[in-house]
Design a protein around this ligand. Structure first.
Ligand code: SF4
Ligand code: SF4
Length: 93
């Protein structure tokens, strides 16, 4: 599986394939999306306090603005399909 790493301030490509794992990094924290497991249920969209999760044109989850992520792990806790790996820099959720 390909991994696309996006650091704070970098722009994500407009379209990201389902097979690509997306890893956002900032200040020692990271949020990883294994998008191919996404079932488009939007439970994570409602759970995210920063309101930065949306479905893309392929109905797979993506992050609209990673600079607003607080690495709380609510998305990982809510997703039934283990799409998210959240590491706040103090351990994974
Ligand atoms: S870690 Fe928290 S703020 Fe970041 S995307 Fe997940 S729910 Fe939203
Ligand atoms: S909770 Fe998981 S399966 Fe549901 S939309 Fe979010 S990432 Fe996709």
């Amino acid at each position: 599986m390909n991994t696309l790493t996006i650091k704070l301030g970098e722009k994500a490509p407009q379209r990201i394939g389902a097979e690509t794992v997306v890893r956002y990094e900032q200040n020692g924290a990271s949020l990883t999306l294994r998008r191919k497991y996404c079932k488009s249920c939007v439970l994570c969209v409602d759970a995210c306090p920063a309101k930065i999760l949306q479905l893309d044109q392929d109905d797979l989850i993506y992050v609209t603005d990673i600079s607003k992520c607080v690495f709380c792990g609510a998305c990982a806790g809510r997703c039934p399909d283990f799409v998210f790996i959240v590491d706040s820099g103090k351990g994974e959720k």
